[in-house]
Write a protein that binds this ligand. Sequence first.
Ligand code: AMP
Length: 575
Amino acid sequence: MQHTPLITTIVAGLVLAFVLGAIANRLRIPPLVGYLLAGVAVGPYTPGFVADAAIAMELAEIGVILLMFGVGLHFSLKELLSVRAIAIPGAMAQITVATLMGMGLAWWMDWSLSAGFVFGLALSVASTVVLLKALEERRLLDTTRGRIAVGWLIVEDLAMVLALVLLPALASLLGSADGDTSARSAIGFREIAATLGITLGKVAAFIALMLLVGRRVIPWLLQVISLAGSRELFSLAVLVIGLGVAFGSAELFGVSFALGAFFAGMVLNESELSHRAAEESLPLRDAFSVLFFVSVGMLFDPTVILRDPWPVLWTFLIIVVGKSMASLLIVLAFGHPMKTALVISASLAQIGEFSFILAALGISLGLLPTEGRDLIITGAILSIFTNPFCFALSDRFASWVKRRNTIKVLEAGESLQQHPPAIDPGLRTQLSNHAVVVGYGRVGSMIAEGLAGTGVPVLVIEERHQLAALAREHGMDVISGNGVKAALISAANLGEARWLFVAIPNGFEAAQIAAQARRLNRELPIIARAHSDAEIEHLKKHGANHIIMGEREIAHGMLDHAFGGGLYCNTPHAA
Ligand code: AMP
């Protein structure tokens, strides 16, 4: 078996991760806990089969690249710049606070100042994979909170690029500081300034190259490949762009893989093919990010907890409590709501891959003792393990805060009229004789605009924050959230509505909405959208009375166009 370590690592890692992840899921524990345990099981510190840790780490790196590429595909430059006012100072302040806390712990353990600095820095950066997975699972990537968290992550990533290139220079400076000759210190400082300047210059050159050249060349390349009509070539092109830019940027510009991949995705974001590109890379992304958790689990030596219980506990508390409190306060200080602050602090309450890289470098430069690396790895695995629970806790706290605020608003006797745009799902709309439109995408937005143009009051239910905000901008009343939820449906006052338009693509969800609406109002005309005959049947059974099949309308439209209208005008369009 020894001659195929790559295959055995992939197979053993994935199989065990699958089994333990499925068991965790069954027990209603987040699957990543299962993936981590799979890593511990195939790691060198537990008996039985031992997979190749170095290979697992490299595979995990591919996961990081694909994940960041995927996030880039969701992000435009405008969106990235829109969060800079909080992400840059927020991340810097949080890195400073967390580093100081780490230095405090190092001082307590009698480590040198430089050891404390590297240790603190390693505790201050969150893992890309853990953060993105958490946001993706909770569908937060498209929200303002999600964007701030990603912006924050990018700043941390940049700070790490700088830290990695500056540490060697710093090591020589700290070495010279022992000898205490000011001339050597001055040389050290000059060296640091020069390294800093060169690194910043390289990062800037990379970003400029991507925005000026990449932005044109990459979408063009994908466009050309898509015309070839081969699915396989298209998937390959997506992979080549993601991995190629990440690798090239790391080799040529010293930018991290993750940052390179993020920019590759971002320059593709504006092209129409970006959605297809995202779909193509999704399965690979999932498989490789599972290997990330396995590789972290492999590094974990459980005996550290018994050997150094107090330092382990303090390290864990700094990561999970200290860091999140710091980010919570920083976000609140910037005037963002508690809900945003809670998401950011929960997503940063963990450490991962960057911390390992920093620790490894720190040890090779003689700055960090090996106990430091053990504490960092143990802190990482424990904090990744508890991260889903941090999110659950923050969700609970957020809904408690929200309930309290709602009660306060009602007690203060403020009428809903004073807050027309933001209807809380717990409160009813005041509209009557209105049209309710579920979904404000390509279809729903046209319906809503059309209705508003004729003077009918419109209430939109939309789950994506961005689109809900757009509907508000266009003067509609909006309930934001998933229309399937009973609370949202009853807030829409369907008893007094004139029509319900269910303009969402998922037939099952649409049917559930129609069924609930029908129970509330037997007479209500429910007009729904479908994409197949089976969906039409399903919707009919659940109470929708007019169903429009999108594809049929497109076909009619095309034929009408070909025959200059007239020919198909009399065909029954609705089922
Ligand atoms: P489109 O296919 O472009 O018309 O977009 C459909 C829209 O419906 C998207 O904006 C979705 O966010 C939204 N949507 C899908 N399912 C739901 C749901 N269950 N509740 C509310 N909005 C939804």
